[in-house]
Design a protein around this ligand. Sequence first.
Ligand SMILES: Cc1ncc(COP(=O)(O)O)c(C=O)c1O
Length: 381
Amino acid sequence: MTDPIHQLRAREFPWAIAGDQIFLNHASTGPLPQRAVDKIQELTALRAQPWRYTTEMQFDELANARVRCARLIGAEPREIALTVNTSYGLNLAARALPFERGDIVITSDREYPSNIYPWMELEVARGVKLERIPCAGILPDEDAILAALDRPRVRCVVLSWVSFATGYRIDIERIGRACRERGIWFVLDAIQGVSATRLDVRSMPVDIVACGAQKWLLAPWGSGFVWLRPDLVDSLRPVDVSWMATRCSDDFTRLTDYDFTYRENARKFEVITLPYQDFAGLNEALDVFFEVGLETVYERVERLTGRIVDWALGTTDVRLVTPPERERRAGIVAVAPRDAKAASERLTRAGVVHSFREGAIRLSPHFYNTEDEIDAALALL
Ligand SMILES: Cc1ncc(COP(=O)(O)O)c(C=O)c1O
C-alpha cells in the first residue's frame, strides 16, 4: 500500500488499523471517515443551539454538496438535485418522465427492489407496463434487453449500473447508445458503482442517474443525489413540490408572494428541508476521494477485486458469480464456495465483514483496504 493511502487509512479509518475487523462490505453500508464523524458531531452540537447553526451555513453545505456530487460524475452542479436516498431519484424518474398509458418500461429481472416497485406503481397508477427481461442465468441479459427495444411503445430502460448481488456492471455505452438511437430514456441506479469505478455522464449515454451516498461514497444515511441530463432539468416538472423549488424562495421576507416560477436548475426537484449535517458529512467524505484522486481510487478497487477474481478462477471448488472481465464488474465480487453458508459463517467468526446474497459471498472492498486483508479473507474461504 502506498504511503499516503496508508496514512489516510490510519487517520480516517482508525478502527481498520487498530481493530480486529476486516471490512469488505461497502456494498451494504460504507463506514464514515473520521473527518465526517467529527464534522457531524461538531454540527450536532451547534444544532442543539440552533441559533449557532445559521441558514447560510445550512445552504452553503448543500451548495458545496452539489458541486462535489457533480465533480464525482463529470456533471455540472446545476444538474444535481440532492436527495435522501437512491429511491427518491428513481421515483422522480418514474413520475416526472411524461409516460402515457400503454408505454413500456424495460428492466432486468433480479434488480434491487428500489428499482422495481416505483415502476410497478406506475403500472397501477398510470397504465404503463413494466417488462422484466429474464436474466441469462443470474446475470442481466443485455442481448435480450436490446432485442426488446424495437417496439413502438418502449419509452424507457431502467437498470442498476452494478447489480447488488452479482456485481455485474452493465455496458452503459451499448445499452445507452441503443436507447439514444431509438429516443428511449435510459435511467440508471448507480449506487453500487459510483466511486468504485468511473461514471462520466458527459461522455456516457445516460439520462437520469440516481445515487444514494450511504454505501460506496462513505457518507451518512440520508444523503444522496440525482443527476438529470440538462434538457430534462429544463423540461421535466417536479413531482414532489418543495417550498424551495421556486426562484423567489431564497428571500425569506417574501415567502407569501407565491411567485410560482421554478428554479432554472435541478434544485427544483429537491425537497427541502434536507439533513444539512448529513450533507456536511457527505462533503467531508467526498473530499477524501478527491484528496486520494478518483483515478487512484478506481485503480485500487480494480486491483483488490481483481485479486479476488484471480483467486476464484484458480480455485477449483469456488464458483465465481461475478463476470471475470474488468469492464463487466466494479467493486463487488461474489463467490460461491461449495458450502457458501458455512464459509460465510467462518468469515463472520473471524471478523471479516461481508454479505451473503443469493447463495453467494459478496465481498466489496474499497480503495483503503489492503492486499493483506483480501488474502486473509480468501484464506478463510
Ligand atoms: C442497486 C441498489 N439500489 C438501491 C439501493 C438502496 O436504495 P436506497 O438508497 O433508496 O435505500 C441498494 C441497496 O442495497 C441497491 O443495492
